[in-house]
Design a protein around this ligand. Structure first.
Ligand SMILES: C[S@@+](CC[C@H](N)C(=O)[O-])C[C@H]1O[C@@H](n2cnc3c(N)ncnc32)[C@H](O)[C@@H]1O
Length: 324
């Protein structure tokens, strides 16, 4: 279990987040227990074994988050560090440099960030919610844009622990990754200026419910940044995979952009704008030393690059902005 005191104090020091902090504080222990995972003690050990090193720089402004320089520690310490970081395999979102060790993550996450960062409302001094935040890579990039606080939530404890590994060295109390699902969040505290939901909607059985829950947490006129898989067609279409989509078992519905806009309209959003549609490339998602399982190349039909192994359209993602 992680000590979230500093982060919760930070939330409580911000008037608009006081009620939100009061709601989540007593629920963290339960959430942690419910999400418990057989590998948790291994991950905790890995984080506890990270060597004490003082980074002479923290850089969250560039594509790769950089903690320290190669010269900040000796080779023996770096070998220990690498061993601990490897215990936190699978590394999906990044890249991140730890004292000269480049964690080459499955996703080159900066590619998505660069597609959206100049299109969204400025984050300076804003209160941000990042639902399904993974290890907090994007939360740190939001902080680099001047966000006042970023509340990341993700139910997968590996990602919660990966953030702990970053934050052992970064030591920020303005970003955290909390072990919650969106469904665990309060429904009557509209306190965030911007809510991000990236890569989550297609995993939800009831997408409009997910969108409405995001809306409940947003201030009036707040901005939603929704990123999700789409079927790239001008028609109103929804793909409901029979079993798997790109080998993923839990993909319920993939809408066309016009259907996605309809869902947002039905949930009561306005100023809805599709700002980007990009087919996922092998440059953006691939297997690496730090993610040794299957990746995009295994999800695409070897004889036809224009379809998944199941015969569906290949992974393509849209970024949609909307106001409450
Ligand atoms: C495909 S990843 C996307 C990560 C990151 N947002 C990105 O865009 O790269 C989806 C994440 O959503 C999390 N997730 C799944 N169901 C969720 C829920 N009900 N509430 C919040 N997060 C959820 C998963 O644990 C996972 O880390």
């Amino acid at each position: 279990m992680i000590d979230y005191c500093e982060f919760l104090n930070r939330l409580k020091s911000i008037d608009e987040l006081d009620g939100f902090a009061d709601y989540i504080s007593p629920r963290i222990t339960d959430a942690w227990q419910q999400l418990n995972n057989g590998d948790l003690s291994k991950w905790q050990h890995a984080v506890n074994s990270l060597p004490d090193v003082n980074p002479s720089r923290i850089d969250i402004n560039n594509d790769a988050i950089a903690i320290g320089y190669l010269g900040d520690c000796d080779d023996k310490t770096r070998a220990r560090l690498k061993e601990s970081l490897m215990q936190l395999h699978t590394w999906r979102k990044g890249p991140i440099d730890f004292f000269g060790i480049r964690i080459d993550t499955e996703w080159q996450s900066y590619m998505k960030w660069n597609r959206l960062k100049d299109k969204i409302a400025p984050l300076k001094d804003k209160l941000i919610l990042d639902v399904g935040c993974g290890n907090g890579y994007y939360g740190l990039r939001m902080l680099s844009q001047g966000a006042k606080v970023v509340v990341g939530i993700d139910p997968h404890l590996l990602f919660v622990m990966q953030f702990q590994a970053f934050n052992k060295y970064i030591k920020t109390d303005a970003v955290s990754v909390l072990p919650f699902k969106l469904e665990d969040m309060p429904t009557d505290t509209p306190c965030f200026d911007t809510a991000f939901s990236m890569g989550v909607l297609y995993h939800r059985r009831y997408p409009i419910d997910h969108i409405s829950r995001l809306k409940n947490l947003m201030k009036p006129a707040g901005q939603l940044v929704l990123e999700t898989l789409v079927i790239d067609t001008d028609k109103d279409e929804i793909l409901k995979p029979k079993k798997r989509y790109a080998k993923m078992p839990n993909v319920w519905q993939i809408p066309s952009p016009s259907v996605l806009v309809n869902w947002l309209t039905q949930a009561g959003f306005r100023n809805i704008e599709v700002v980007d549609i990009t087919r996922t490339s092998h440059a953006e998602q691939r297997r690496t030393q730090w993610m040794q399982y299957e990746s995009l190349e295994n999800y695409i039909d070897k004889n036809n690059p224009n379809q998944t192994v199941e015969g569906y359209p290949p992974p393509t993602r849209a970024i949609v902005l909307a106001n409450k």
